[in-house]
Design a protein around this ligand. Sequence first.
Ligand SMILES: Nc1nc(=O)c2c([nH]1)NC[C@@H]1CN(c3ccc(C(=O)N[C@@H](CCC(=O)O)C(=O)O)cc3)CN21
Ligand SMILES: CC(C)C(=O)C(=O)O
Ligand SMILES: [Mg+2]
Length: 274
Amino acid sequence: MYGNHSTQPARKPVTLRRLAKMKAEGEKIACLTAYDASFAQVVDAAGTDLVLVGDSLGMVIQGHATTVPVTMDDMVYHTRCVAQGLSTTFLVADMPFLSYSDPVRAVDNAGRLMQAGAAMVKLEGAAGQAEVISAMAGQDIPVCAHLGLRPQSVHKAGGFRVQGREDTAAAAMQADARALVEAGADLLLLECVPRDLAERITREAPVPVIGIGAGPGVDGQILVLYDMLGIPPGPKPRFVRDFMADADDVPAAIAAYVQAVKSGDYPAPEHGFE
Ligand SMILES: Nc1nc(=O)c2c([nH]1)NC[C@@H]1CN(c3ccc(C(=O)N[C@@H](CCC(=O)O)C(=O)O)cc3)CN21
Ligand SMILES: CC(C)C(=O)C(=O)O
Ligand SMILES: [Mg+2]
């Protein structure tokens, strides 16, 4: 089997407890998306702490303009594929659009993702999702709440835009973060949020906070795998850094990303929003 020639010492499986310990000790959590077993193997071997099977697959795998067309069957299929490629990385799967519109549906659908190999599910939500999160928590399903830019709301929001810039929006996001942790969220993810707001939410949150376009003051970083490998043509979101540019091959680029997150070298000021 190739992929098994690593000289790294064997690593214990990453768990929720381990992620909480990393927050407490200030070790940055390095996260990436993956959608298939081959990339999952490379991401795992690079020492990535957490892999997300993102509904961004609707854009990077399926070629849609948004994540809205992604179905539960799509997410289950890709979660199974990624689970095959991992040995120790913590596996999170996105709940797609409308798959968590009420607590019963949410628990049923989260159960499908857990049985496909996820250790946690992620949903996009504000305080309105507290009931859904508490139903999942009641079934011991680990949950990540995704706040800030919520791509599934693109048609309501009128585009992919930075969130929480005004004082009232910032205060509302802080209140949402509190409410969702109170409801049972085990992890928070902040997307495209001004760095000061992200830092305030992270300081206050008793659970780890992962950021994308949220500055350096969070507990960990995530990027879409294809973005950090420089694959999508055309303009890219500001938070993206192309790690292939200075790497000899894909495993080296992914290892450089993990290293840059751990050392605090990524994200730099130009990757965030004031
Ligand atoms: N390939 C890919 N990468 C992603 O990061 C990603 C996806 N797909 N699909 C789902 C969501 C959508 N995402 C996006 C998409 C666009 C922007 C964007 O254009 N951002 C502007 C900011 C606009 C503003 O200032 O309000 C930027 O310059 O970064 C951000 C996040 C993040 N996620
Ligand atoms: C961008 C990340 C956070 C995500 O939700 C996805 O890949 O779907
Ligand atoms: Mg997503």
